[in-house]
Design a protein around this ligand. Sequence first.
Ligand SMILES: *Cc1c(COP(=O)(O)O)cnc(C)c1O
Length: 450
Amino acid sequence: MTVTRVTLEENEIPTHWYNVVADMPNPPSPPLGPDGKPVGPEQMLAIFPGNLLEQEMSGERWIPIPDAVRDAYRIWRPTPLIRATRLEAALGTPAKIFYKYEGVSPSGSHKPNTAIPQAYYNKQAGINRLTTETGAGQWGSSIAFAGQMFGVEVRIYMVKISYGQKPYRRSMMQTWGAEVFASPSDMTQTGRAILAKDPNSLGSLGIAISEAVEEAAGRKDTNYSLGSVLNHVLLHQTVIGLEAKKQFEKIGEYPDMIFAPCGGGSNFAGIAFPFFADKAAGKNVRLIAVEPTSCPTLTKGVYAYDFGDASGFTPLMQMYTLGHDFMPPGIHAGGLRYHCDSPLVSQLYHEKLIEAVAVPQLATFEAGVKFARAEGIIPAPESCHAVRACIDEALRCKESGEPKTLLFNLSGHGHFDMASYDRYFAGELEDFEYPQEAIAASLAHLPKVG
Ligand SMILES: *Cc1c(COP(=O)(O)O)cnc(C)c1O
């Protein structure tokens, strides 16, 4: 009988995170201040704890996972590696398709892998309050849950349009004890200034980030936390790939290609980086980030220094970007509507060590439905991107007869996204053209460096 579900014991949860910096051919380019000079940790200490900043700057290959964090991981980890035999049969492909299922976490995605250590390290540093932003609510609910685990209060600025559209994500955050405000709010100067100009503003991720950062910078007892992009976030996510490697070892398999949806880059890095270590040592494995054609950061963006937020509050980071004021079309994969990508993922892509592909919205839902009908699990709209790219490869294998081993990250389930599936079934979803003009306009505003 073919093994379809590969599980690990609790004591096989990784003891260390893997830091890809140790295996990169070139050191990461430093974040820069408005003056074009590298930003030192001192300036970041206003909003991040020292222990996380140390990880942000670290070049050590292995970083120990604290016992209290491994203990909290046990609530849902190790996550299963599953062979999608029913999907293989439905496609008639000779390829073996595996997926790592991160939707088994309490909030339903991979995001608690970093929310848990972020809450823990802030608590260790004597911080009892965190602010953050959330768009669709995946990150907000993850940090609300993590804050509750370690006795850290959490305040979340939720983009106003999502606050109205995703009431149950908000209920989750409140169930885990977090305060949730629709952004723009009247709690911050940023919010008040925007409301004064436009009382009906529906908000944006950039505005919500600015509100959360403003509050954290202005209060000694409060730090800010971010759910993607930064090096320490990617580091924490490597538990996904480290577990997957052990699981493949158990069944004597190894993936030829790995796919993951890519918004800020954290779940892609989480599953791919531990395999990058093998690639750096000469092994043949292809790592593919999958993004929407409507927000094609890696495939159509430029590699440049840019801000991480819309208002220009953050340090400048060298990364693939569509321009910090690019406003992507309103696709349903909210987690993939970010104007830039993690600096580490960007640098590896720039050096041609990883690959990227863009897929259109309708095809992602078609793939998600096909997957749900074969395998049972309903993927989050973000995850549907990886499902699409993996199915496309499986179909190429069908043509060529190659029995490749494929792995994708099922980064979350879609239980809070059924309204998007409804719209797909009603034929109301559309493919957005590549927003060439909007991107060109935004790229014209890239900050000048040096
Ligand atoms: C947030 C999210 C993503 C995208 O974020 P990354 O940082 O690129 O991982 C992908 N899938 C799900 C389910 C998410 O919640």
